[in-house]
Design a protein around this ligand. Structure first.
Ligand SMILES: NC(=O)c1ccc[n+]([C@@H]2O[C@H](COP(=O)([O-])OP(=O)(O)OC[C@H]3O[C@@H](n4cnc5c(N)ncnc54)[C@H](OP(=O)(O)O)[C@@H]3O)[C@@H](O)[C@H]2O)c1
Length: 246
């Protein structure tokens, strides 16, 4: 497969790249920190010399560039089989505390940036009449979330809804759409968060993501433990109980 991953310069995106390369897939890696992407490409090619790894600078808030880079990759590969909408930002502050800028940055990168990526990917997939669009949401999308993650959680619910709308439209068609809801997996985004029993190491957490993506499942909460128990509870319990869980 030829797979484009956005936000591949660190965390889950970088580890997905390593694991997809090990499974025999060719990759296009995008992010703003191209030095990191070049290092990752060299590491992957040293381990898997037969793979092709393209590296492209891309800020997902530059929407024209999203379309240009996706088209460029599809052109260089002669098509694109899977796009993983992964780039994301975890900044945020409680609403009404004077930090609209942080919430706006997160909303723009995680929702409008993701919309641009879905548009660009779907343009290519519709022309091919084939492809697999994968959206990285979060277990925080299960419910409105308080304080610093209110906006972040709303963006993740938003991208999950975008993906589901597409899935409904494309039922029975050859284009697949998957939504991945990761729980806490160690990455740069949460490097300052203390270790909790719910935090999974990067390799293990991403292994669960990659297995879910490879299976083509429509929706997957990963890793299974403890999130397949917690996610439905967060989704449906009354708010006072949800507050105790998170
Ligand atoms: N780790 C978790 O526990 C967890 C749980 C649920 C969901 N997620 C989601 O997983 C995805 C990956 O996050 P992570 O945990 O791996 O965090 P991370 O280590 O901070 O990685 C974030 C990635 O997104 C890229 N990015 C951020 N803003 C960007 C922009 N404007 N344009 C292009 N790329 C941008 C970064 O690259 P550059 O800075 O180089 O551009 C980086 O490669 C995010 O969507 C996040 O919301 C993570």
């Amino acid at each position: 497969m030829r797979i484009l991953i956005t936000g591949a310069s660190s965390g889950l995106g970088a580890e997905m790249a390593r694991q997809f390369a090990a499974l025999g897939h060719d990759l296009a890696l995008t992010a703003r920190r191209t030095d990191r992407l070049a290092q990752l490409r060299d590491e992957i090619l040293a381990a898997h010399p037969d793979r092709t790894v393209l590296v492209k600078a891309l800020d997902v808030n530059d929407h024209d560039a999203v379309f240009e880079v996706f088209d460029e990759v599809a052109g260089e590969f002669g098509g694109l089989d899977r796009v993983i909408v992964n780039a994301g930002l975890g900044k945020g502050a409680p609403l009404g505390t004077g930090r609209f800028g942080a919430n706006r940055d997160t909303a723009m990168s995680n929702f409008v940036g993701a919309l641009a990526q879905c548009e660009a990917a779907m343009t290519i997939f519709r022309a091919q009449n084939a492809g697999h669009l994968v959206v990285i949401s979060s277990v925080s999308a299960m419910r409105g979330m308080p304080r610093t993650i209110t906006t972040y959680a709303a963006t993740k619910a938003g991208v999950a809804s975008l993906a589901e709308g597409l899935r409904l439209e494309l039922l029975g068609k050859p284009i697949k759409v998957s939504t991945i809801y990761p729980g806490y997996i160690r990455s740069e985004m949460n490097e300052k968060v203390a270790h909790t029993p719910f935090m999974t190491d990067t390799v293990t957490g991403v292994r669960a993501m990659v297995a879910a993506i490879e299976s083509g499942r429509a929706k997957a909460v990963v890793p299974a433990w403890p999130w397949r128990l917690l996610a439905p509870a967060i989704h449906s319990l009354p708010l006072p109980l949800v507050r105790k869980l998170i």
